[in-house]
Design a protein around this ligand. Structure first.
Ligand code: NOJ
Length: 504
């Protein structure tokens, strides 16, 4: 299981750091807690130098730590201490764009003849004036993906904010520079990367208009050009040239599973890719069954190892989307109970809800502040943060915090811990295939996990009423979302919104 840390919001400890923003030292000081929870690997969202227009996804120096998070020495200490505890560390690699303050872009925009001009995508206005094509940027309503730079009279492309100009991956010096970024961190010992918006790096050289059916959609969710695959093969060769199984996990933000799977290539592109359709699926058994079948068909059948993501720093938390703690608990069985690698967003294991953000507190141009609320570590008024944090607390932080939940064996935090322990101990749960059980009653999704020597059944009741579930004789409850009946024979009754792992 990979645990996603959004450094700004995790823990603000140690020296350095802007008031109320988490630090790398804060992460380091909580490693033992993550080991206690059962985490295998961390993914750290960006901590690189950045003007923070997109809170770190606008990088102005890929090879240094922003002073608000600490120093490179802090990173090295964090990495060493994580490795000492058997934790692997993945970091973000923002490869599709840089900050507009990155020296490459500062030079690029300085003149049409500058050395870095070709490192970004500059185009003349369209013949009638205005942006070169109809592509739309992410964030905001119907915003062009092009901004005119009056000094040189050309537009530059940005699939995200104007402060995040897209780099040109068809230009070899840029490719080499991005490879050097990977080498810098691989040489330092990182175990891999989460590659931001990686499906978008290859662009149609003609920059043709978006077709009629996609007009108005952000280009960042439709850009799917074949050249990306060749670029990823090179990246894979680079990453695989390092020892100890380094890994490249791609954020392939194409919202159809069938379109994500090709980014695994023939085992020669990404090692893993996020598959977002489940995250956007309503709390409904038949809808989830469809998602599972898609993963089976498009991933498992072509030997692409699946991933599962139910929360991250870009989306409302599961507890908020599914609207009850019982469902947030049951969702943990979807995240951790299916074949594939789960990515758990820090705080989802506490059942945190999104913070309520008053208009004057909003800071993110993409409206994602709620899920980025700081982690409450204890029940004190400052919840373990020395200074008031950069965003408001999530609801009920006086009880929904690490300290209180660690003391309470019935908490969702302990549920996550038991599930992770069960997963680690069971070859079927960690490696086995998933087979949907057809005899489950309406509103229940149940599946078998199997290896030749080991079996489990996982079942989730998506309804607010009890349901009968009879997977056959001789099953006992290993983990239950409400904690009831664990270690006892299976009664055949799944409670409202309940989920279970059964063992023979
Ligand atoms: C995806 C990241 O998850 C998101 O936070 C960011 O705004 C965009 N990519 C642009 O880097």
């Amino acid at each position: 299981m990979v645990y996603q840390i959004y450094p700004r919001s995790f823990a603000a400890e140690g020296v350095g750091g802007e008031a109320g923003v988490g630090t790398l030292e804060g992460v380091r000081r909580h490693l033992d807690h993550l080991v206690w929870l059962g985490v295998d690997a961390l993914w750290l969202s960006p901590f690189f130098r950045s003007p923070m227009a997109d809170f770190g996804y606008d990088v102005s120096d890929h090879c240094d730590v922003d002073p608000i998070f600490g120093t490179l020495a802090d990173f090295d200490r964090l990495l060493a201490d994580a490795h000492d505890r058997g934790l692997r560390v993945l970091i973000d690699w923002v490869a599709n764009h840089t900050s507009d303050r990155h020296p490459w872009f500062v030079d690029s925009r300085s003149s049409r003849q500058s050395a870095h001009r070709r490192w970004y995508l500059w185009r003349d206005p369209s013949p009638g004036g205005g942006p070169p094509n109809n592509w739309r940027a992410a964030f905001g309503q119907d915003v062009p993906a092009w901004t005119l730079d009056p000094a040189t009279g050309q537009y530059y492309l940005h699939l995200f904010l104007p402060e995040q100009p897209d780099v040109d991956w068809s230009h070899r010096p840029l490719v080499e520079a991005m490879h050097d970024v990977l080498r810098f961190w691989l040489d330092r010992g990182v175990d891999g990367f989460r590659a931001d918006a990686i499906h978008a790096i290859g662009k149609d050289p003609a920059l043709a208009d978006e077709p009629e059916t996609l007009v108005g959609q952000p280009r960042s969710s439709t850009n799917d050009h074949p050249s990306t695959h060749e670029l990823l093969r090179e990246v894979r060769t680079l990453v695989d040239s390092y020892p100890d199984q380094r890994v490249m996990v791609g954020e392939v933000y194409l919202l159809e599973t069938a379109k994500v799977a090709p980014y695994y290539g023939e085992g020669d592109e990404l090692h893993l890719a996020f598959n977002f359709p489940p995250l956007y699926t309503p709390w409904e058994a038949t809808a989830w069954r469809t998602r599972l079948e898609e993963v089976e068909r498009h991933f498992v059948e072509v030997d692409a190892w699946p991933t599962w993501v139910l929360g991250n720093h870009d989306n409302p938390r599961p507890r908020t989307r599914y609207d009850s703690e019982a469902r947030a608990r049951a969702a943990a069985f979807l995240l951790l109970g299916l074949q594939g690698t789960p990515f758990l967003y820090a705080g989802d294991e506490l059942g945190l809800e999104d913070a309520v953000i008053a208009p004057e507190q909003a800071v993110d141009p993409g409206g994602r502040d709620g899920c980025r609320a700081p982690i409450p570590w204890d029940a004190s008024p400052d919840h373990g943060w020395a200074r008031p944090p950069w965003l408001p607390w999530p609801p009920q932080a006086e009880t929904r915090n690490v300290e209180v939940q660690r003391r309470d064996a019935g908490s969702i935090l302990h549920l996550y811990r038991r599930l992770l322990a069960a997963r680690r101990a069971s070859p079927a749960l960690s490696l086995g295939g998933s087979t949907i059980l057809d005899h489950a009653p309406e509103g229940v999704l149940a599946w078998a996990r199997d290896t030749p020597q080991d079996q489990r059944v996982v079942a989730v009741n998506f309804t607010g009423a009890a349901r009968a579930l009879s997977p056959g004789e001789g099953w006992a409850v290993e983990v239950s979302s409400d904690g009831h009946g664990e270690g006892e024979p299976w009664t055949g009754q799944l409670g409202a919104d309940q989920a279970v792992v059964l063992r023979p």
